[in-house]
Design a protein around this ligand. Structure first.
Ligand code: ADP
Length: 419
C-alpha cells in the first residue's frame, strides 16, 4: 500500500475529504499537522506533528519520518502547506514544485513582481511598510486602489479605497488586523508590509487546474456571478461551467498557464482568481493548492471522483512517472454545479441557523453544511477568516444552479447575538 503524507493544519476544512480520497484510492494516509491531538480521532495511528510555520524545520521532520516509513507523496492542502510540501518533496526526491516557486506563490508581492517581469497582465502594485505614514501615501495614490496583506488568504484584509480618506481608514484597519497576535505571529516579517494595487474592474472567475511537468490542465472554471467591487471582497457564489464565451475562457486559461510559468510552478494543483474586462484577463491570485473551504465538493470528475482523489492520484502517478498518461484525460462531469459560501452578515455569537430544511428542499440543492460552531463568535471580512457554511447545487444549466443557491440562501435565517 503506497503511503502519502497529507499536510493538514488543524484549522483546515479539508481533512475529511482528503482522508476519504486516500481511503477510496487504497493508499495509507499519514496526517502531518501542527498539533497532535486535534486530528487523532480521525486516524489515530497515523499522525505526525510538524512545525508547519517553518517549512525547513517541517521538511526535516518529514525526512526523519520518511527514513523509517517511506513516503510516495507529500500533499499540500492550503497556502502555507504548499511551501512545506515543495521543500519536503525536494528533500525526498519526489516530483514537486520548486520551493522558491511555491514560496513566491505564497507572497502576493513576489507574485506581482514575477508576473510583471514575465509580461502577464496583472494589477500594478507597490509594497509599503506598515509603519509608513498612510496620509502621505494616500496623497500619492491613484484611485480606486486595493490594500492587502501579502500573506493571508480568502480575501482576509483586502480592502478597496476610492479616495485619500478611505485609503487612510483602510490602512488603519489593515494595521489593526496585522497587529492581532495570531496574525502577526503567522506572518512574521510579512505582517509588517502592505501591498497597494490598482483596482481592476471586471467580472471575476476562479480557475482550478493541475500542472503536469509545467503544463497546465484546466479542471474547472467557475463564474462568480455576484459583483466583487468592494470595499471588501467576500466570496459567495461559484458556478461551473463558466457562461463566458469560449474565446474568453481560453484566454483565461492561457493567462493562468502563463502565470504558472512565470512563477515557476510545475507540479500539482493550482487555484487562480482572474478578472476579465475589455482589456482581457488579469491575474489577481495564483496559489499552488486546490480550491479552499469545502468548495471542492462542487466538483466531480469522471465517474464521480472527488478533486481530492484527482490531486492524490496526480501526486502518486507523477511520482511513478505515469501521471500524464492516466490523468491527462480526466474531465469534470458535464452537469453544471455550484457552491455558495454563506456570507457572514455581521460580527457576533452565532446562536442558530434556521430554515435549513426548507433550504435543502429547494430543487437542485444537494447539500448544505454549516461549518461555523453554534455558540462561537463569527466575524465577517475583512477581519474574519472562517466560513459560516456552504450550499451545494447541481442542475441542468448554470443559471438554474445560481438561482437554486440564491433561493436556498434566502430561506436561511441566522440568529446572531452581540458579544
Ligand atoms: P486572497 O488571496 O486573500 O483571496 P486576493 O489578492 O486574491 O487575496 O484578493 C481577494 C479578492 O479581492 C479577489 O478575489 C478580488 O475579488 C479582490 N481583489 C484583490 N485585488 C484586486 C485588484 N487589484 N483589483 C480588483 N479586485 C481585487
Amino acid at each position: 500500500m503506497p503511503r502519502v503524507l497529507l499536510l493538514l493544519p488543524t484549522t483546515t476544512y479539508r481533512a475529511h475529504d482528503f482522508l476519504e480520497a486516500a481511503a477510496r484510492l487504497g493508499v495509507e494516509a499519514v496526517v502531518g499537522s501542527d498539533r497532535d491531538q486535534v486530528l487523532q480521532d480521525l486516524q489515530p495511528a497515523r499522525t505526525v506533528t510538524l512545525d508547519l510555520q517553518h517549512p525547513e524545520a517541517a521538511a526535516d521532520q518529514v525526512a526523519a519520518f520518511a527514513a523509517q516509513r517511506p513516503l510516495r507523496a507529500v500533499i499540500a492542502t492550503d497556502d502555507d502547506t504548499a511551501v512545506v510540501a515543495a521543500v519536503a518533496a525536494a528533500r525526498l526526491g519526489l516530483p514537486h514544485n520548486p520551493p522558491e516557486a511555491a514560496r513566491a506563490a505564497r507572497r502576493k508581492d513576489e507574485l506581482r513582481s514575477l508576473l510583471s517581469a514575465a509580461g502577464v497582465r496583472a494589477p500594478r502594485a507597490a509594497l509599503h511598510p506598515l509603519d509608513a505614514d498612510p496620509g502621505g501615501l494616500a496623497l500619492r495614490q491613484t484611485y480606486p486602489c486595493v490594500l492587502k496583506p501579502i500573506f493571508l488568504s480568502a480575501s482576509r484584509g483586502v480592502i478597496r479605497a476610492d479616495d485619500p480618506e478611505s485609503f487612510v481608514a483602510a490602512f488603519r484597519r489593515l494595521e489593526a488586523l496585522l497587529h492581532r497576535p495570531e496574525v502577526a505571529e503567522r506572518g512574521g516579517d510579512a505582517a509588517r508590509l502592505v501591498l497597494v494595487e490598482e483596482f481592476v474592474p471586471g467580472v471575476e472567475v476562479a480557475l482550478e487546474g493541475l500542472l503536469f511537468a509545467g503544463r497546465l490542465k484546466l479542471l474547472a472554471l467557475f463564474d462568480k456571478p455576484d459583483p466583487l467591487d468592494g470595499p471588501f471582497f467576500e466570496e459567495t457564489i461559484y458556478v461551473t461551467p463558466s457562461r463566458l464565451p469560449g474565446a474568453v475562457q481560453r484566454a483565461i486559461a492561457r493567462t493562468a498557464a502563463a502565470a504558472a510559468r512565470a512563477v515557476g510552478l510545475r507540479e500539482g494543483p493550482v487555484h487562480a482568481e482572474l478578472r476579465v474586462n475589455d482589456r482581457g484577463p488579469w491575474l489577481i491570485e495564483l496559489a499552488a493548492r486546490s480550491i479552499g473551504g469545502l468548495c471542492s465538493r462542487a466538483l466531480r470528475f469522471g465517474t464521480g471522483h472527488s478533486l481530492e482523489e484527482v490531486v492524490l492520484r496526480h501526486a502518486l502517478e507523477s511520482g511513478a512517472g505515469t501521471g500524464e498518461r492516466s490523468l491527462a484525460a480526466v474531465e469534470r462531469e458535464p452537469r453544471p454545479a455550484g457552491v455558495m459560501m454563506i456570507p457572514i452578515p455581521r460580527r457576533g455569537i452565532l446562536r442558530k441557523v434556521a430554515g435549513l430544511q426548507a433550504a435543502r428542499a429547494v430543487p437542485g440543492i444537494e447539500d448544505i453544511t454549516i461549518s461555523a460552531t453554534i455558540g462561537r463568535t463569527i466575524e465577517p471580512l475583512p477581519e474574519g477568516s472562517s466560513y459560516l457554511g456552504f450550499i451545494f447545487a447541481r442542475a441542468d444549466a448554470p443559471a438554474t444552479v445560481e438561482a437554486a443557491l440564491r433561493a436556498a440562501h434566502a430561506r436561511l435565517s441566522l440568529a446572531i447575538d452581540p458579544e
